[in-house]
Design a protein around this ligand. Sequence first.
Ligand code: PLP
Length: 422
Amino acid sequence: MRGMPLPGRRGFSSAAKNDILSNMAQRNSTLAHLKAGYLFPEIARRRREFAAVHPGAKIISLGVGNTTEPLLPHICAALTEGARRLGAVETYSGYMDEGLPELRGKINEIFYQEHFGIDEIFISDGSKCDIGRLQWLFGPGARPVVQDPSYPVYVDGSVIAGAAGEGIETGYQGITYLPCTKENGYFPDLSKIKDESLIYFCSPNNPTGAVSTQRELARLVEKARSTKSIIIFDAAYSTYIRDPSLPTTIYAIDGAEECAIEVNSFSKSAGFTGVRLGWSVVPHALRFSGGESVHADWARLQATIFNGASNIAQFGALAALDAEGRAEITALTDFYLENARLIRTALKALGIECTGGDNSPYVWAYFPGEQSWAAFARILETCHVITTPGSGFGPAGEGFVRFSAFGHRADIEEACGRLAKL
Ligand code: PLP
């Protein structure tokens, strides 16, 4: 295959540039409302800046939530086999739309005890992508509510969808922020939730590492129902929950299927951050305030702007949910939980107050009297360790720093040793 030759890239005169600009398609004005730089590119920029000044420093990252350990053998073999199947005429498959029926059934069995019909489970290329697309269901009229701090896509996606209103110093006027603080045990006061809101809720939480109890989630569901609100429940870290009394899904709560969508993913459980596979649950019982079916709109929207997840990834996910695959998931998440325990122990030995890291891969550390970015800079300068400043997740994250347990064991141990210099 030979591509067509392209003309050379040349600079235009300013007159020609102006002429071109006056004829171009307009930018979506909501993009201009996004606050400066997405958090992680900003951290990467600061890391590059530090490395340029300290070329010999061995920087260890406990910053991003990206998995580091290789795929485990049983799951990896299924992915390889999935690729082989696409290479043979007898087993080749093309678009699979909402997903492989066996996989939808297996997710229903393992995560929801077959509570749903398989058409209520939609396979996707990841939960972040689903959250982005779900925002199209509600559009600029949505009334977003977020935990503060929270995973940035809830806020930034709302801004892009035109639902966030004016940017103000502490966030956006159109978004209701529910502070999750030391004082309230990282479960927010729900009384600020207004009628017909769209509530983003994440448990186990990124970034605080807090996991909501059955009773807390029951209060959330009750509030959503009484305000005719819809919850988008992000359960991306559910496989990190070890305490059997903690709910791994919002549907463990009575009545949740009438007020909640759930998203989840194989990213943090099976190490699929680079493979890409997730799912959403949109129950038939869920209705918009006008009585229309959310399920019908989601099916229509997905069919319009999404052509299904990778078939190879789906074959891998199917293996991840059989007995051997589930044992691999447990081993992998146990590994990261042990990293989290090491980090928490190292911080506590220094008298640094922290939470999370027992049923989640994030440790949320408190640096009283210090701004998050200042603590980030001090840890980088002193220990050559990258973290994530809590304020990047929302105003109530100020004074906190997030440590991620995604790392090789040797790096985690070395980073923990270096933290003693703080
Ligand atoms: N939800 C939360 C809370 C996350 O922290 C992340 C990734 O860090 C995601 C969703 C994205 O997951 P996925 O890889 O499935 O898009």
